[in-house]
Ligand binder design. Structure first.
Ligand code: ATP
Length: 256
């Protein structure tokens, strides 16, 4: 059984279909990255996985007992509210001092427990959000653009930390990212989303695939070309995506 199985998932928001026919399987221990243009449904997919968004149709099955840790795209903290990192990590539920210390260590920021949350740098705050997700000892860690606002070095450091978390906890990681140059190095599998799954496979195979080129522009050597590209209308159709087992990462599935 897959850690997480998604089949033919449809989600509508505000009366509009934002995800259709999504098929995705995640295995224990793999790092999978979701890429796609703005508004392509990446965050919505993560939110459907944690149960914050109700699918209109389809199947979303977790292995029994699977714990999920979620790092949201944004979390606004009232800048006038005095709150230490430890206190923040104990909301809404108290954890043992040992668990909090361990999560901070795993997130690569040991010793930040007594800092005021509002005094943290952007990079430190992202690590604290990661620590918060690690408190539940997740089998599946979901990261929604966790490196937003970090510089190149901060981004690379963050992904190195994710790899170390994966090694230490053996958890699977499903992350949304726009940092394509880093993503391509750090992922076992890449899934291109644009309302439906356009293609998926190992980074090398995805970059070489016609669907990826069509979606992200002809200059696929420059992964950053992605967000300058206009998505062609013909690719925006509804398609079902029979997705192969994720363990077979050499396989590339391209929607017709
Ligand atoms: N609560 C909502 N009500 C109505 N429409 C929504 C809602 N949340 C998201 N949407 C729409 O759903 C679509 C997918 O949004 P989503 O945030 O999942 O995209 P995304 O790929 O994560 O985008 P980005 O890269 O900009 O973060 C967008 O068109 C968005 O406007």
């Amino acid at each position: 059984m897959h850690l997480l199985s998604i089949d033919d998932l449809h989600v509508a928001l505000g009366g509009r279909t934002v995800l259709e026919g999504i098929g995705l399987h995640i295995e224990r221990g793999e790092i999978v990255t979701l890429v796609g243009p703005n508004g392509s449904g990446k965050s919505t997919l993560l939110r459907a996985i944690i149960g914050a968004v109700r699918p209109a149709r389809g199947r979303l099955v977790r292995q029994p007992g699977v714990a999920i840790g979620y790092v949201p795209q944004r979390l606004a903290i009232d800048a006038t509210l005095p709150m230490t990192v430890s206190r923040f990590l104990n909301l809404p539920r108290r954890h043992s001092t040992r668990t909090v210390r361990q999560a901070l260590e795993q997130a690569g920021v040991p010793g930040l427990g007594r800092q005021q949350v509002t005094a943290l740098s952007g990079g430190q705050f992202q690590r604290i959000l990661l620590a918060r997700a690690l408190l539940e000892k997740p089998d599946l860690l979901l990261l929604d653009e966790a490196t937003q606002g970090l510089d190149h070095r901060g981004t690379a450091d963050f992904y190195r930390q994710i790899e170390s978390v994966r090694r230490e906890l053996g958890c699977a990681v499903l992350m949304v990212s726009h940092d394509l140059h880093v993503v391509m190095r750090a992922s076992d599998r890449v899934v291109c989303l644009n309302r439906h799954v356009c293609c998926q496979g190992t980074p090398e195979r995805v970059v070489a695939s016609p669907a990826y080129r069509e979606l992200f522009g002809p200059d696929t050597g420059d992964a950053l070309a992605l967000y300058r590209h206009d998505h062609p209308r013909q690719h925006d159709r509804s398609v079902g995506n029979p997705i192969p087992p994720a363990a077979d990462t050499s396989h590339l599935e391209i929607a017709p």
